[in-house]
Design a protein around this ligand. Structure first.
Ligand SMILES: Nc1ncnc2c1ncn2[C@@H]1O[C@H](COP(=O)(O)OP(=O)(O)OP(=O)(O)O)[C@@H](O)[C@H]1O
Length: 372
């Protein structure tokens, strides 16, 4: 087991910074997910930690030791990358066994080690196959198995479920955290799937354009996104975002929805009179009776099931579209006129010009991704 520390990492290609002052501390045994759009710099960061790419500036420490200039094979880092990198002439079994053989383990221990990871990854039936006879998903799981079998102190996983079909992906999302926990490894895991990020990460580092934009637990990122961009990346259906100009009366700060004054609970004083965007998660809205306090009149446009939820598209009096979700099977309006209420504690306000969340706590909105 080992801690991992990245200090002010800069990486440039052709003079262009693809990693721009990235600082991150991963605790011993912790899983940090790097999440963000394509081109954000996630893979380059992983390759830097692995030692296959050198940074232009900054330092990498593993277990407190500076390994910036240490060769990849001496860093104690195991990795599974998107492009599989399996040995083509070797069976899946032999591929997974390579780290165990390198450590000259007894044949019995190698067999037991390979079979236990293979069983978990559901590739135990194809262990005798060469990579060319494996599906992409099986190849990817073989590469993952090889990384896991070596029980390295630091494990780097680059989107290991990308080619895995939806059903297996769902199962693995549930099983992988347990497996990573039992391994005790310090894990950096790259994904573009927010559900995977939330299921697997002790913390999530949200990256874009070479920087860590927010670092926090899945709950912090979901409930207190630092920017509009991050709020949009998490959640299905996505968050409702509406232009508002908050005002204030004796009861506090409010916004107008369908000409109803909806009071918000939050540190929103500085938003008064400013051009803002209100962020309302579909599950923070509910259907209520017309005489409920601050009931917002809407017209129901359409309703659709989504996994375990029912999602309703409604339109405000001024024609703005809003998605409301509720647990599947619970009653709700099907068509016509209805009223919705906003959970005042769940409303998020963003500055429209900068996209930054108003009242954002510095712990979750650190510019360089320094652990708080
Ligand atoms: N060897 C290289 N030479 C030049 N540019 C590179 C090289 N490797 C990566 N880049 C650039 O660095 C940026 C970050 O790429 P990276 O692969 O890390 O993104 P990513 O976040 O992992 O995206 P994805 O999720 O699609 O894999 C991209 O703009 C990419 O074009």
């Amino acid at each position: 087991m080992a801690t991992l520390e990245l200090k002010n990492i800069v990486k440039r290609y052709k003079g262009q910074a693809v990693l721009d002052d990235v600082t991150l501390k991963v605790a011993d045994g912790e899983t940090v997910v790097l999440f963000g759009p394509s081109g954000a710099g996630k893979t380059v960061l992983l390759r830097l930690i692995a030692g296959v790419v050198d940074p232009d500036e900054g330092a990498i420490l593993i277990g407190g030791e500076d390994v910036t200039d240490v060769d990849a094979e001496y860093r104690g880092v195991g990795m599974a990358f998107q492009n599989f990198a399996l040995f083509p002439h070797m069976s899946a079994f032999d591929n997974i066994a390579t780290p165990l053989e390198a450590r000259r383990q007894a044949p019995g221990a190698i067999k037991a080690g390979v079979e236990s990871v293979a069983k978990l990854l559901k590739i135990d039936h194809v262990l005798s196959h060469k990579p060319r006879a494996l599906s992409n998903g099986q190849k990817q799981r073989t590469a993952l198995g090889r990384a896991l079998a070596g029980s390295p102190p630091v494990l780097l996983l680059d989107d290991p479920l990308r080619n895995v079909d939806a059903k297996l992906r769902f199962e693995m999302r549930l099983e992988l955290p347990r497996l990573l926990d039992t391994q005790g490894a310090t894990v950096v895991y790259v994904t573009q799937d927010y559900k995977e990020a939330m299921a697997l990460g002790d913390r999530i580092a949200v990256m874009s354009q070479g920087r860590i934009r927010q670092l926090g637990t899945p709950e912090q990122i979901y409930l207190e996104p630092a920017t509009i961009e991050i709020a949009r990346l998490f959640g299905d259906p996505t968050i409702n975002l509406l232009d508002v100009k908050p005002a204030k009366d004796g009861r506090g700060v409010y916004v107008g929805l369908s000409n109803v004054q909806v009071h918000l609970a939050g540190p929103f004083e500085q938003a008064v009179g400013r051009d803002c965007v209100i962020g309302l998660r579909p599950e923070a809205l509910s259907f209520v009776r017309a005489d409920a306090p601050a009931a917002v009149p809407v017209t129901v446009e359409a309703e659709t099931p989504l996994n375990e939820k029912t999602v309703t598209l409604v339109r405000t009096v001024r024609g703005r579209e809003i998605l409301v979700s509720r647990p599947a099977g619970t009653p709700g309006p099907v068509s016509g006129n209805a009223h919705i209420a906003v959970n005042p504690k769940s409303a998020l306000l963003f500055d429209r010009a900068t996209g930054d969340r108003i009242g954002a706590n510095k712990v979750v909105a650190l510019k360089s991704g320094e652990a708080a």
